[in-house]
Ligand binder design. Structure first.
Ligand code: IDP
Ligand code: MG
Length: 162
C-alpha cells in the first residue's frame, strides 16, 4: 500500500503555462490567471522573462520544420512572457481545455483563446500538450528551486489562536 506522502506525490500533476508577449502587452495577465485560480488549480511557480530567440527555438523545437517556426520564435522572444507552473489533478489536459483550440477561430466561446484572441499567430497563451512535454517545458523554463511545493491553508486545520 502507498504511504500518505507517496499518494500525495503521485497526484502532483503539473503543467507549464505561458502568457505570450501579445497576452502580456494586451493586459490579459490577471484575466488568464483568474481562470486557472477559479477552477481550483494551484500556482507553484511564476516569473516574467524575455526569452532569447535561441531559447524560443528550444521551447518550440518540435515545430522546427513548420513554415511559421522562425516567425513564431521571433515573436515569442519579442517581449516579456509570463512563465508559470500550475498544479492539480488533470491540470495538463484541463489546462488545454481552458485554453481552447490552437486557432482562435476554432476555439469555443468560454475558452481563453475563444474569448480573447482572433488569429493563430497571436493566440496569447501556451500550455503543455502532454505529460512528457510538461516535464520538459517545466525543466526548460524553471530551475528546481524556483518550484514551490505547499499545502494551501484551506487544506489544513486552522491552528491560529482565536
Ligand atoms: P498549441 O499552442 O495550441 O499547442 P502548436 O501546434 O503547438 O499549438 O503551435 C504552437 C504555436 O505556433 C501556436 O500556439 C501558434 O501561436 C503557432 N502556430 C501554430 N500553427 C500556426 C500556423 O498555422 N500559422 C502561424 N502560427 C501557428
Ligand atoms: Mg503546442
Amino acid at each position: 500500500m502507498l504511504q500518505d506522502q507517496e499518494v500525495h506525490a503521485a497526484q502532483m500533476e503539473r503543467t507549464f503555462i505561458a502568457i505570450k508577449p501579445d497576452g502580456v502587452q494586451r493586459g490579459l495577465i490577471s484575466e488568464i490567471i483568474a481562470r486557472f485560480e477559479r477552477k481550483g488549480f494551484k500556482l507553484v511557480a511564476i516569473k516574467l522573462v524575455i526569452p532569447t530567440k535561441s531559447f524560443a527555438q528550444k521551447h518550440y523545437h518540435d515545430l522546427k520544420e513548420r513554415p511559421f517556426f522562425d516567425g513564431l520564435c521571433d515573436f515569442l522572444s519579442s517581449g516579456p512572457v509570463l512563465a508559470m507552473v500550475w498544479e492539480g489533478e488533470g491540470v495538463i489536459k484541463y489546462g488545454r481545455k481552458l485554453i481552447g483550440a490552437t486557432d482562435p477561430q476554432k476555439s469555443e466561446p468560454g475558452t481563453i483563446r475563444g474569448d480573447l484572441a482572433v488569429v493563430v499567430g497571436r493566440n496569447i497563451i501556451h500550455g503543455s500538450d502532454g505529460p512528457e512535454t510538461a516535464k520538459d517545458e517545466i525543466n526548460l523554463w524553471f530551475k528546481p528551486e524556483e518550484l514551490t511545493s505547499y499545502t494551501s491553508n484551506q487544506e489544513k486545520p486552522d491552528s491560529t489562536p482565536h
